[in-house]
Design a protein around this ligand. Structure first.
Ligand code: GAL
Length: 445
């Protein structure tokens, strides 16, 4: 059986790289149709289809910058499509921006009478006057459809009921988790419960994925519950795809692994949700998935990596040049840059050396007796405790990384001083504490 290979470049049946980001699915017959963002020249939303979720045939650029004057220089994000029985049309909702910044905060609506036809642009607007950014659609068992979008500068998540033809907003039903800034919503229903999976708001940098559940989509929703690692295995949700088989239904978490340094290098990750009870959702990493569509069963394989990235304040510890005794610096996440990869070599259960993957050199403090001029460099292996570190969890997935010899804490540069070399190191609690709140993000491939 062909396998889904998470986080790798995916190509369509013609060998072209699949660009279908922030996407969603619609099943028709035996085909899964996949709609998503495509930022290649002139394209906006592309559609692919597959019979097995592995081999994808390109269907059409269903929305392009030529579709309508209002799309000429627009950004269209997170497109989702539903079929409306009443009008027998396919209705697409997406996040519409002016192409320059994110100030428009509107939704856009398009229709087509063919699933992979060229969609006709109807309009873009702010639902009932509210800002609307990351969004999704959900069709309930009774045919009622909902548009869920991040409102109020992304602080709140709104659930709107759509009109019967799915082309307009009928009512604002819910304001969820006000002030908690959740985005990238994906909704599904399993048994008696509705689930919503969301991310936090750190742009294309991954963060803690959370879920919530409710007995009615417009009823009371649970508080938000963490799921997966602090960076969601380096993903952001976009959709949940139920695989309905004769043996069981598996719910696939469909996510983007955005590359904030190169959007076009962004990848996809599909993971089967696990359920410990009717309301307890779990998400484990899998490198490869074999999906048995007939049975509804997904088998997974894991290739464990021992490499990590270290980040604080969305800055990743990196080494640009590792000749001689090399300084360390910080840069934004870049999956193509192996200079951001680190290996933790445990000497015993809680003390380890931090080895730079590419150069084989170790994180080493220098000028320890001359604070504040002490700094961290990369150096050859030494038989000294100063190259040893311990991790101290500080809650919510963060850790402090303390030098075993000096007890000083690894301290990251702030946003303004990305290349900060002078004081990458300070007494625990000395520097603005978010510069010592580190996410030790394991590499998941
Ligand atoms: C994310 C959002 C993405 C995209 C990105 C742009 O927060 O989920 O869809 O808008 O920001 O930075």
């Amino acid at each position: 059986m062909l396998k889904i290979r998470n986080g790798k470049i995916w190509r369509d049946t013609k060998g072209n790289v699949i660009h279908c980001h922030g996407g969603g699915f619609l099943k028709q017959g035996d085909f899964f149709y996949w709609f998503g963002e495509n930022r290649e020249q002139g394209r906006l939303v592309s559609c692919y289809r597959s019979l097995d979720l592995v081999s994808w045939e390109f269907c059409n650029d269903v929305v392009t910058s030529a579709t309508h004057p209002e799309l000429r220089s627009a950004n269209c994000e997170r497109p989702k499509v539903l079929y409306n029985e009443k009008t027998q049309t396919y209705v697409m909702w997406l996040h519409w921006e002016n192409g320059v910044d994110y100030s428009a905060a509107r939704c856009g609506v398009l229709i087509s009478d063919r699933i992979d036809g060229s969609y006709e642009y109807l309009y873009s607007f702010r639902p009932l006057g509210h800002m609307s950014r990351d969004c999704t659609l959900f069709k309930d068992d009774d045919g009622a459809a909902y548009f869920i979008s991040a409102a109020n500068h992304n602080a709140d998540l709104h659930i709107y009921r759509l009109s019967e033809d799915y082309r307009e907003i009928a009512a604002l039903e819910m304001v969820l988790w006000p002030g908690e800034s959740r985005e990238a919503p994906a909704v599904f229903k399993r048994g008696q419960y509705y689930f919503m999976v969301t991310s936090g708001c750190t742009g294309w940098h991954p963060n803690q994925v959370k879920y919530a559940y409710a007995e009615s989509i417009t009823g009371e929703w649970s508080p938000l519950i963490n799921i997966g690692t602090p960076t969601g295995y380096d993903t952001q949700p976009t959709y949940v795809l139920p695989i309905v088989g004769v043996q069981q239904t598996t719910y696939l978490y469909v996510a983007d692994r955005w590359d904030p340094s190169n959007y076009h290098n962004s990848r996809y990750v599909f993971l089967p949700f696990e359920f410990a009870s009717d309301t307890a959702l779990d998400l484990q990493w899998a490198s490869e998935l074999a999906v048995d569509l007939e049975l509804g069963v997904v088998e997974t394989t894991v290739n464990q990596s021992n490499l990590y990235r270290m980040r604080a304040n969305l800055q990743y510890l990196a080494v640009d040049n590792f000749e001689g005794v090399a300084p360390v610096s910080f840069s934004r996440l870049n999956y193509a840059n192996e200079n951001q990869l680190w290996d933790l070599e445990y000497s015993n259960s809680n003390s380890f050396r931090i080895r730079h993957y590419l150069s084989g050199k170790y994180l080493t403090p220098r000028n320890l007796s001359n604070e504040p001029h002490s700094e961290i460099v990369l150096d050859e292996h030494k038989s000294h405790i100063s190259q040893e570190w311990t991790v101290k969890p500080t809650g919510d997935g963060y850790v402090s990384i303390l030098n075993s010899y000096s007890k000083l804490a690894l301290t990251f540069g702030s946003d303004e001083e990305q290349k900060l070399l002078q004081m990458p190191f300070a007494k625990e609690g000395d520097a603005a504490c978010d510069r010592q709140k580190i996410i030790l993000a394991r590499v998941y491939e």
